[in-house]
Write a protein that binds this ligand. Structure first.
Ligand code: NDP
Length: 298
């Protein structure tokens, strides 16, 4: 049976370290890191995420600011708030919770965030830095950055000679994940909905990352014996066994069968999920260190 990679405990380690390094920054007479979270509209899932981000920021000792805006907020008004946050020296990280309402161009909003405060890592400058290996100053999107940390816990930092297959090519998970694995010297293949014979390709992977959004699509016999399996997917499916109308969370990997083949595997929930917020804190801390003229913590 595979080793279960405990993302919750790794995420707690990250938050603990961020808290310590925040205290050290403040002890040096520098301002505490500031994180501004902006949410437009009343999407319940987004509200839960935002509340959790603000709570963790406070736990880390950050200055935490939240803008909760009505769904009818105009693009212009949102751009104005971002410009103010860009200019505010007390703010090191700006996060606009996605999705935004349809009348707002999400791409335009992301590109309006100052790259040095883009702790989500979605601005073209940060995407370009990751793509060209400028990892000392890039902000890397939180979910793939967190997934990478979990891989490092199992395999170490240098992944030379290993084959990695990333299933999914989104800008927020698949592509940055592939770039991180490439930077760590993996031989990387990105698979997507047009890939031929995905099971055979998946079986070549020493590191298999699933970021698809399809419940339990990746089966046990797609997993190479001993592989490290990182399941990014979060899918809610009906769970009639728990009672009428009940549901449960599953990943993109059929966990029980994959765990019989894998060397190590992340569960859902409790794997990649908790890492995302932890890495947001780490990115905000890094931004504060850079703004204070200090080397960013590794
Ligand atoms: P997207 O929908 O943006 O991308 C999904 C990708 O999967 C696409 O590249 C798509 O291919 C590919 N795909 C879809 N169907 C298949 C298939 N049958 N075979 C092979 N590839 C397929 O999703 P995200 O990247 O945003 O998210 C992926 C998953 O990760 C979701 O479950 C999401 O909830 C979860 N997630 C979890 C986070 C966390 O904190 N743990 C954070 C972000 C996401 P194509 O490009 O060809 O359409």
């Amino acid at each position: 049976m595979a080793e279960v990679i405990d993302g919750k405990s790794v995420a707690e380690d990250v938050v603990r370290t961020v808290k310590t390094l925040t205290a050290e920054l403040v002890a040096k007479g520098k301002a505490k890191p500031g994180l501004a979270v902006v949410i437009v509209g009343e999407d319940p899932a987004s509200q839960v995420y935002v509340a959790s981000k603000s709570r963790t920021a406070k736990e880390c000792g950050f200055h935490s600011l939240q803008h909760t805006l009505p769904a009818e907020t105009s693009e212009q008004a949102l751009l104005k708030i971002i410009a103010e946050l860009n200019a505010d020296p007390a703010i090191n990280g700006i996060l606009v919770q996605l999705p935004v309402p349809a009348h707002i161009d999400a791409g335009k909003i992301i590109q309006a965030i100052a790259p040095q405060k883009d702790v989500d890592g979605f601005h073209f400058i940060n995407v370009g830095k990751l793509g060209t290996g400028e990892l000392d100053t890039a902000f890397v999107p939180c979910t793939p950055a967190g997934s990478m940390l979990l891989i490092e816990r199992v395999r170490g930092k240098d992944l030379s000679g290993l084959n990695a297959v990333v299933v999914g090519r989104s800008n927020i998970v698949g592509k940055p994940m592939a770039n991180l694995l490439l930077a760590a010297n993996c031989t990387v293949t990105i698979a997507h909905s047009r890939t031929k014979d995905l099971p055979a390709l998946a079986r070549t992977a020493d590191i298999l990352v699933a970021a698809v959004g399809r419940p339990e699509m990746i089966k046990g016999d797609w997993v190479k014996p001993g592989a490290t399996v990182i399941d990014v997917g979060i899918n809610r499916i009906p769970a009639p066994e728990k009672g009428e109308g009940k549901s449960r969370l599953v990943g993109d990997v059929a966990y029980a069968e994959a765990a019989r083949e894998a060397g190590a595997i992340t569960p859902v929930p409790g794997g990649v999920g908790p890492m995302t917020i932890a890495m947001l804190m780490a990115n905000t801390l890094a931004s504060a260190y850079l703004a204070a003229g200090l080397k960013r913590p590794s």
